[in-house]
Design a protein around this ligand. Sequence first.
Ligand code: SF4
Length: 293
Amino acid sequence: MKKQAISKQGNVTNTSKIICWQITNKCTKECDFCLSQSTPLKKHVNVAYKKVLKKLKEIGIEKISFSGGEPFGVKEFKEIAEFANQMGFVIIVTSNGDLISSTKYNIEWLKLFQYVKISFYGTKLYHDKIMGIGHYDKLRKLIKKLIKNGIKVGINYMLSNASITFIDSFIKEYQYMGIYSVLIQRYIPTGNPKVDKKYFIETNNINLKLEKYSKYFEKGIKFFDYNINKGFQIILEPNNDVYFPNINDSKKFYYGNLFSNNKIKIENKELSLKEIVSIISKKRLESENIINY
Ligand code: SF4
């Protein structure tokens, strides 16, 4: 396996100035490993999205990865995506597919996104064990429909101690479908020992050997081998709090509210949010924990 940073990416669609905007904690599912602790019982918070997007521009963000919960459950999500698009952000979205699978759902506007990422947890049997019987086939049908309608589709794959054993079979099932990109993400511990025991991969040395498959995906295959001490992400929560998973220790590092104009101490320097965005963006480019196949 060849480790390689993503520095070859130059244009704005591949910028490293990315924020993951967890736009809601409401979801159609209730996964025990969910890092945003989303459930169907949570309520959507009204999003002052124009204000948020202007602030994101101000701090140097160029790309927004919408996630949740299930972003398509947010009633003004289309407006938010349109506004973000008009402001020049590159936008992508991660979905469990539940709300956009209905034949009545108008998928045309999804072309606003650079691509739509659909989440998987394993091959059919294991995925359905987590997401419910029939879910895997529903997602495959959805993917075919999206691609047929000119929408680019990416696949997210959660690499757990079970799903790692069938990663090859999984990739093979998608190699001829015209998938735009594949992102494999190592399971991130929730801190709940019972849950983590089910999914956490003990070894530090994961060798996936996926080079032979990368040619089948326009943007190739990427593996985020999350390391607890080398965070390279910026997360915006539904209440507008910003945090960085593990920027320099083993805990979530909270900046506070997006609009607070705080300066916080990181590696002995008082930094503004804009400066932190720039530092994390460099960490992302240099990270050995992002592997391109
Ligand atoms: S589908 Fe995703 S967002 Fe929803 S509960 Fe499961 S992990 Fe969380």
